[in-house]
Design a protein around this ligand. Structure first.
Ligand SMILES: *[C@@H]1O[C@H](CO)[C@@H](O)[C@H](O)[C@H]1NC(C)=O
Ligand SMILES: *[C@@H]1O[C@H](CO)[C@@H](O)[C@H](O)[C@H]1NC(C)=O
Ligand SMILES: *[C@@H]1O[C@H](CO)[C@@H](O)[C@H](O)[C@H]1NC(C)=O
Ligand SMILES: *[C@@H]1O[C@H](CO)[C@@H](O)[C@H](O)[C@H]1NC(C)=O
Ligand SMILES: *[C@@H]1O[C@H](CO)[C@@H](O)[C@H](O)[C@H]1NC(C)=O
Ligand SMILES: *[C@@H]1O[C@H](CO)[C@@H](O)[C@H](O)[C@H]1NC(C)=O
Length: 231
């Protein structure tokens, strides 16, 4: 019985069309091999995740992580870098923390998490981390209860003078001061930041936040013009 043969021309045509029409990242296709686990620091990197240092065929490109020279697992996104604290392969979550943030220094959370098309980023804010705040940089001090001081080191001076504040995600456009620029959209596991002190905000930030990751077998995922189709 010559059954599978009849379907081959159709499949070949689809594959040729796919190769012709679709961006390279979305058709990485059959390369996604499970190469076993690898460790970066104490983070266990298993399929479908991969490290940049692994052979090309291992894991899924969209779930690529870097292992830096200090053995910190790093998630590099378009608007920021985050250190990975752990990955749950059971709950499909990943705990990350802004790579700019130090525990006992004057650093600011400068990385933004912005959900993109699933073809570009497989990460979504998880249930616990659906809130965020803005980090703004102002050329003049702002006296308003909406503006929470974002500096852990009040004496730190910038030239030209710069004042950093956190603004709640629900801040209305008219409450953005003309002397301020939004520097980052910072995820934080706080419902809102009204009446939360600067140090309490940093306590939360230093615990990181949780993202969910989705994984579709790449040859079932076709990404054309940013639209997702699972065939
Ligand atoms: C890493 O994770 C894989 C898959 O969950 C598991 O088989 C392996 O034992 C883990 N390795 C370590 C060192 O935890
Ligand atoms: C990183 O991990 C590797 C392998 O476990 C180890 O040989 C190396 O010394 C570590 N480097 C640092 C900076 O901790
Ligand atoms: C991941 O790390 C966070 C913060 O350290 C912790 O709350 C969470 O339980 C950890 N999850 C897993 C799966 O280890
Ligand atoms: C503050 O924002 C301005 C305008 O975007 C920028 O030029 C400047 O570098 C920022 N200052 C700091 C200290 O980030
Ligand atoms: C802010 O969050 C607290 C709980 O953390 C809640 O009681 C309060 O109603 C919230 N305020 C606004 C304006 O959402
Ligand atoms: C913040 O605290 C002040 C005084 O403790 C209180 O009057 C005010 O209603 C609080 N604001 C919010 C949004 O909870």
């Amino acid at each position: 019985m010559p059954k599978p043969k009849a379907q081959l021309p159709w499949f070949g045509l689809m594959a040729a069309l796919a190769l012709f029409l679709l961006p390279e990242a979305c058709i990485a296709g059959r390369r996604n091999k499970d190469c076993g686990f690898t460790l970066c620091g104490d983070v266990n990197i298993s399929y479908p995740f991969r490290l940049t240092s692994q052979p090309r065929e291992c894991g899924v490109r969209r779930l690529e992580l870097e292992c830096d020279s200090n053995n910190r697992t790093t998630l590099v996104m378009k608007y920021g870098r985050f250190y990975v604290q752990n990955i749950s392969y059971v709950y499909h979550t990943i705990q990350v923390i802004d790579a700019n943030l130090g525990r006992n220094d004057c650093s600011l959370p400068r990385s933004s998490f912005i959900s993109d098309s699933i073809c570009k980023t497989p990460y979504r804010a998880s249930y616990h981390a659906r809130s965020f705040m803005y980090l703004v940089n102002c050329t003049t001090p702002i006296k308003s209860s909406l503006y929470v001081d974002a500096s852990r080191c009040p004496d730190r001076s910038f030239l030209p003078p710069t004042y950093f504040y956190f603004l709640d995600q629900q801040t209305k456009p008219r409450d953005f001061d003309q002397f301020c620029t939004v520097e980052a959209r910072v995820p934080v596991e706080l419902e809102n930041i009204s009446n939360v002190s600067t140090l309490d905000i940093y306590e939360k930030l230093l615990l990181g936040f949780e993202l969910s990751w989705r994984y579709f077998d790449d040859h079932l995922l076709y990404c054309a013009e940013d639209k997702l189709q699972v065939m």
